[in-house]
Design a protein around this ligand. Structure first.
Ligand SMILES: NC(=O)c1ccc[n+]([C@@H]2O[C@H](COP(=O)([O-])OP(=O)(O)OC[C@H]3O[C@@H](n4cnc5c(N)ncnc54)[C@H](O)[C@@H]3O)[C@@H](O)[C@H]2O)c1
Length: 253
């Protein structure tokens, strides 16, 4: 088990990739503090983690709420005794034509996908530096940090492109403290976010798989495996990188 004795904060853990990461971490020996808007889903994930023999704390709230966000690290430490890892996974997508894009949707996408990862990581970094612990920060980016795969994704692309440079810049600043910062960029992955696209229209999944050199869409486990590697001791000399876990989708446009 590669993560024995580690404690991880995972956002967006009620569904999809976040749940996959929590279960992978549990199998590798880590305890998790799970944060999400969706109380039912996040409690279900916590039950699954406990069934695997690990501890799971739950915090229900909105990452757009700055006061809520400031409480996460303290509550995680209270629940698990420490924090070694944060995975900023929660994300939203609000596709719409650029000419008609609303300010509300722009604020939502940037607040959840870019500002919350910045601010939560800052809180975790302060805790790690104060407690003189090395630590691991992982952001969940997207193939949209590399290119605009579909139209109507300008705000989402801006948020994920921002995450890629946030990863590099914060890795530079936090390196001297022994804290690594990396990102994983999923391709099309079967989750709550893509369920409305795939379900009821098998041709959409075939279309996406057909654009992927490995000829399938991703599963949450594919992404979780890469995250587990990046937070393990095996990745202690890797920082500032975005690893695309996309079946080769970013190899061509
Ligand atoms: N599914 C894909 O194809 C895909 C591809 C590339 C990147 N991603 C990224 O992967 C990450 C996970 O996405 P997913 O596909 O598992 O989506 P999902 O919708 O299944 O899960 C996202 C979770 O984030 C939570 N969340 C959203 N806004 C929140 C907020 N304001 N406060 C707290 N929790 C909030 C949701 O409740 C949900 O449980 C996202 O950052 C997404 O952008 C997904």
């Amino acid at each position: 088990m590669r993560l024995e004795g580690k404690a991880a904060i995972i956002t967006g853990a009620a569904d999809g990739i976040g749940r996959g990461i929590a279960l992978k971490f549990a199998r590798e020996g880590a305890d998790s503090f799970l944060v999400d808007l969706n109380a039912e889903g996040v409690n279900e994930t916590a039950g699954m983690v406990r069934d695997l023999g690990r501890r799971a704390g739950v915090l229900v709230g909105d990452l757009r709420d700055r006061a809520f966000l400031r409480t996460i690290v303290a509550q995680a430490v209270e629940a698990l005794g420490s924090v070694d890892i944060v995975v900023n996974n929660a994300g939203v997508s609000r596709p719409a034509a650029y000419e008609e894009y609303s300010t509300d949707d722009l604020d939502l996408v940037l607040d959840v996908n870019l500002k919350a990862p910045f601010l939560l990581s800052q809180q975790v970094a302060r805790y790690l530096v104060d407690s003189k612990k090395p630590g691991r920060i992982v952001h969940i980016a997207s193939i949209n940090a590399e290119f605009a795969a579909v139209s109507g994704s300008t705000a989402y692309c801006a948020s994920k492109g921002g995450i890629r440079l946030l990863t590099k810049a914060s890795a530079y600043d936090l390196g001297p403290y022994g804290i690594t910062v990396n990102a994983v960029g999923p391709g099309h992955t079967r989750t709550g976010m893509t369920r409305p696209i795939f379900e009821g229209d098998a041709s959409r999944e075939q279309e996406w798989a057909g654009k992927t050199p490995l000829r399938r869409v991703g599963e949450p486990e594919d992404i979780a495996n890469a995250v587990a590697f990046l937070v393990s001791d095996e990745a202690s000399y890797i920082t500032g990188q975005t690893i695309f876990v996309d079946g080769g989708r970013t190899l061509w446009t």
